[in-house]
Design a protein around this ligand. Structure first.
Ligand SMILES: [Fe+2]
Length: 212
Protein backbone atom coordinates (compact mmCIF):
# COMPACT_ATOMS: atom_id res chain seq x y z
CA UNK A 1 0.00 0.00 0.00
CA UNK A 2 1.24 3.50 -0.75
CA UNK A 3 -0.48 6.65 0.40
CA UNK A 4 -1.35 9.74 -1.60
CA UNK A 5 1.70 11.73 -0.51
CA UNK A 6 4.00 8.99 -1.76
CA UNK A 7 2.21 8.99 -5.11
CA UNK A 8 2.73 12.72 -5.40
CA UNK A 9 6.39 12.36 -4.57
CA UNK A 10 6.89 9.62 -7.09
CA UNK A 11 5.06 11.33 -9.94
CA UNK A 12 6.89 14.60 -9.40
CA UNK A 13 10.29 12.91 -9.49
CA UNK A 14 12.08 14.26 -12.52
CA UNK A 15 14.57 11.90 -14.05
CA UNK A 16 18.10 13.12 -13.87
CA UNK A 17 20.12 13.32 -17.07
CA UNK A 18 22.08 10.27 -15.98
CA UNK A 19 18.87 8.28 -15.44
CA UNK A 20 17.59 9.35 -18.86
CA UNK A 21 20.91 8.43 -20.41
CA UNK A 22 21.04 5.02 -18.73
CA UNK A 23 17.51 4.29 -19.86
CA UNK A 24 18.30 5.25 -23.47
CA UNK A 25 21.59 3.30 -23.38
CA UNK A 26 19.99 0.16 -21.96
CA UNK A 27 17.22 0.23 -24.56
CA UNK A 28 19.75 0.59 -27.38
CA UNK A 29 21.99 -2.18 -26.05
CA UNK A 30 19.03 -4.54 -25.67
CA UNK A 31 18.08 -3.91 -29.31
CA UNK A 32 21.67 -4.33 -30.52
CA UNK A 33 22.11 -7.50 -28.48
CA UNK A 34 19.05 -8.99 -30.17
CA UNK A 35 20.41 -7.97 -33.58
CA UNK A 36 23.89 -9.40 -32.97
CA UNK A 37 22.65 -12.67 -31.47
CA UNK A 38 22.99 -14.42 -34.83
CA UNK A 39 26.60 -13.31 -35.32
CA UNK A 40 28.82 -10.42 -36.42
CA UNK A 41 27.72 -10.46 -40.06
CA UNK A 42 27.93 -7.37 -42.26
CA UNK A 43 24.14 -7.21 -42.27
CA UNK A 44 23.82 -7.45 -38.47
CA UNK A 45 26.55 -4.88 -37.94
CA UNK A 46 24.70 -2.60 -40.37
CA UNK A 47 21.55 -2.82 -38.25
CA UNK A 48 23.52 -2.34 -35.03
CA UNK A 49 25.10 0.73 -36.61
CA UNK A 50 21.67 2.26 -37.37
CA UNK A 51 20.61 1.68 -33.75
CA UNK A 52 23.78 3.26 -32.34
CA UNK A 53 23.33 6.27 -34.65
CA UNK A 54 19.81 6.65 -33.21
CA UNK A 55 21.25 6.65 -29.67
CA UNK A 56 23.95 9.15 -30.66
CA UNK A 57 21.22 11.46 -31.96
CA UNK A 58 20.25 12.14 -28.31
CA UNK A 59 22.82 14.92 -28.20
CA UNK A 60 21.61 16.37 -24.90
CA UNK A 61 22.58 13.09 -23.18
CA UNK A 62 26.17 13.08 -24.47
CA UNK A 63 27.93 16.36 -23.75
CA UNK A 64 31.44 17.54 -22.89
CA UNK A 65 29.93 18.83 -19.65
CA UNK A 66 29.18 15.26 -18.53
CA UNK A 67 32.14 13.66 -20.33
CA UNK A 68 35.02 16.14 -20.11
CA UNK A 69 38.09 16.12 -22.29
CA UNK A 70 41.45 15.29 -20.67
CA UNK A 71 42.87 18.17 -18.68
CA UNK A 72 46.45 17.17 -19.47
CA UNK A 73 47.91 16.52 -22.92
CA UNK A 74 46.38 12.99 -23.09
CA UNK A 75 44.60 12.19 -26.36
CA UNK A 76 41.32 11.03 -24.87
CA UNK A 77 39.18 10.12 -21.90
CA UNK A 78 36.91 7.07 -22.14
CA UNK A 79 33.76 6.74 -20.06
CA UNK A 80 32.15 3.33 -19.64
CA UNK A 81 28.36 3.57 -20.08
CA UNK A 82 27.45 -0.10 -20.27
CA UNK A 83 28.70 -3.64 -20.12
CA UNK A 84 27.10 -6.91 -19.08
CA UNK A 85 28.50 -8.83 -16.12
CA UNK A 86 30.65 -10.92 -18.46
CA UNK A 87 32.21 -7.77 -19.93
CA UNK A 88 30.33 -8.01 -23.23
CA UNK A 89 28.54 -5.17 -25.07
CA UNK A 90 30.76 -2.53 -23.59
CA UNK A 91 29.80 0.98 -24.60
CA UNK A 92 32.10 3.94 -24.01
CA UNK A 93 31.87 7.66 -24.59
CA UNK A 94 35.17 8.74 -26.06
CA UNK A 95 36.08 12.41 -25.50
CA UNK A 96 39.02 13.00 -27.78
CA UNK A 97 41.35 15.99 -27.91
CA UNK A 98 41.94 17.72 -31.27
CA UNK A 99 45.35 15.99 -31.53
CA UNK A 100 43.90 12.49 -31.08
CA UNK A 101 45.64 10.05 -33.44
CA UNK A 102 45.93 6.26 -33.22
CA UNK A 103 48.10 4.32 -35.64
CA UNK A 104 46.38 1.30 -37.23
CA UNK A 105 45.31 -1.17 -34.52
CA UNK A 106 42.93 -4.04 -33.97
CA UNK A 107 40.53 -4.67 -31.08
CA UNK A 108 41.53 -8.26 -30.50
CA UNK A 109 38.73 -10.29 -32.04
CA UNK A 110 35.99 -7.86 -30.97
CA UNK A 111 33.64 -6.29 -33.50
CA UNK A 112 33.06 -2.56 -33.03
CA UNK A 113 30.54 0.15 -33.89
CA UNK A 114 31.53 3.81 -33.53
CA UNK A 115 28.92 6.55 -33.88
CA UNK A 116 29.46 10.31 -33.85
CA UNK A 117 27.91 12.86 -31.53
CA UNK A 118 30.21 15.87 -31.88
CA UNK A 119 33.25 16.51 -34.06
CA UNK A 120 34.59 14.55 -37.03
CA UNK A 121 36.88 11.54 -36.84
CA UNK A 122 38.60 9.96 -39.86
CA UNK A 123 38.81 6.16 -39.88
CA UNK A 124 41.09 4.40 -42.32
CA UNK A 125 40.13 0.73 -42.37
CA UNK A 126 42.53 -2.13 -43.09
CA UNK A 127 42.72 -5.90 -42.98
CA UNK A 128 45.76 -8.13 -42.54
CA UNK A 129 47.39 -9.76 -45.49
CA UNK A 130 47.44 -13.02 -43.57
CA UNK A 131 44.29 -14.20 -41.78
CA UNK A 132 46.24 -16.53 -39.51
CA UNK A 133 49.03 -14.31 -38.24
CA UNK A 134 47.96 -11.11 -36.44
CA UNK A 135 51.61 -10.13 -36.12
CA UNK A 136 52.04 -10.07 -39.89
CA UNK A 137 52.88 -6.43 -40.57
CA UNK A 138 51.80 -5.26 -44.02
CA UNK A 139 48.14 -4.27 -44.19
CA UNK A 140 45.62 -4.02 -47.01
CA UNK A 141 43.78 -0.69 -47.06
CA UNK A 142 39.99 -1.11 -47.33
CA UNK A 143 38.68 2.43 -47.29
CA UNK A 144 38.15 5.70 -45.46
CA UNK A 145 35.11 6.74 -43.45
CA UNK A 146 34.32 9.91 -41.54
CA UNK A 147 32.40 9.48 -38.29
CA UNK A 148 30.33 12.54 -37.35
CA UNK A 149 26.83 13.28 -36.04
CA UNK A 150 24.47 10.94 -37.94
CA UNK A 151 27.33 8.73 -39.15
CA UNK A 152 28.98 5.60 -37.82
CA UNK A 153 31.55 3.05 -38.83
CA UNK A 154 31.60 -0.69 -38.11
CA UNK A 155 34.50 -3.09 -37.78
CA UNK A 156 34.36 -6.84 -38.25
CA UNK A 157 36.16 -8.98 -35.66
CA UNK A 158 39.25 -8.98 -37.92
CA UNK A 159 39.04 -5.22 -38.54
CA UNK A 160 41.88 -2.74 -38.10
CA UNK A 161 41.49 1.03 -38.03
CA UNK A 162 43.64 4.14 -37.97
CA UNK A 163 41.90 7.09 -36.35
CA UNK A 164 42.40 10.83 -36.22
CA UNK A 165 40.38 13.82 -35.06
CA UNK A 166 39.68 16.30 -37.87
CA UNK A 167 39.34 20.09 -38.23
CA UNK A 168 41.43 20.83 -35.11
CA UNK A 169 38.29 20.21 -33.04
CA UNK A 170 37.61 17.83 -30.13
CA UNK A 171 35.47 14.72 -30.52
CA UNK A 172 32.70 13.13 -28.51
CA UNK A 173 31.73 9.75 -29.95
CA UNK A 174 30.12 6.48 -28.84
CA UNK A 175 32.25 3.35 -29.09
CA UNK A 176 30.55 -0.03 -28.75
CA UNK A 177 32.65 -3.20 -28.64
CA UNK A 178 31.70 -6.87 -28.46
CA UNK A 179 33.71 -6.90 -25.21
CA UNK A 180 35.53 -4.47 -23.00
CA UNK A 181 39.12 -3.26 -23.43
CA UNK A 182 40.52 -5.67 -20.85
CA UNK A 183 38.84 -8.70 -22.43
CA UNK A 184 39.98 -7.68 -25.91
CA UNK A 185 43.22 -9.32 -24.83
CA UNK A 186 46.24 -9.43 -27.12
CA UNK A 187 46.01 -6.56 -29.54
CA UNK A 188 48.29 -5.32 -32.29
CA UNK A 189 49.22 -2.01 -33.78
CA UNK A 190 50.90 -1.53 -37.13
CA UNK A 191 53.65 0.66 -38.48
CA UNK A 192 52.64 1.30 -42.08
CA UNK A 193 56.02 2.66 -43.15
CA UNK A 194 58.01 -0.22 -41.75
CA UNK A 195 55.31 -2.79 -42.52
CA UNK A 196 55.59 -4.35 -39.08
CA UNK A 197 53.24 -5.17 -36.18
CA UNK A 198 53.84 -4.55 -32.48
CA UNK A 199 51.76 -5.39 -29.41
CA UNK A 200 49.21 -2.68 -28.53
CA UNK A 201 49.39 -2.13 -24.80
CA UNK A 202 46.36 -1.16 -22.72
CA UNK A 203 48.24 1.68 -21.07
CA UNK A 204 48.43 3.42 -24.44
CA UNK A 205 44.78 4.29 -23.94
CA UNK A 206 43.82 7.40 -22.04
CA UNK A 207 41.98 7.20 -18.73
CA UNK A 208 38.86 5.05 -18.49
CA UNK A 209 36.15 6.18 -16.05
CA UNK A 210 33.05 4.29 -14.94
CA UNK A 211 30.11 6.55 -15.83
CA UNK A 212 27.25 4.09 -15.38
FE1 LIG B 1 40.31 1.57 -31.99
Amino acid sequence: MINASQVTTRSSHAMTRQEKRNRAVNAAIEDICAIMESGASVENLGQAKARLIALAACQDLFTFEDFPLPEDDAMENSYLLHEYDDGSYSLYVNSGAPHQYYAPHDHGDAWAVIAGVQGRERHQLYVRRSEDDPGDGPLIWKGEFVVAQGEAVTMQPDGIHEVNAMDGQPLLHLHLYAKNFVLQGDRWKYDLEKGVAEPFLLDELGSVFDAR
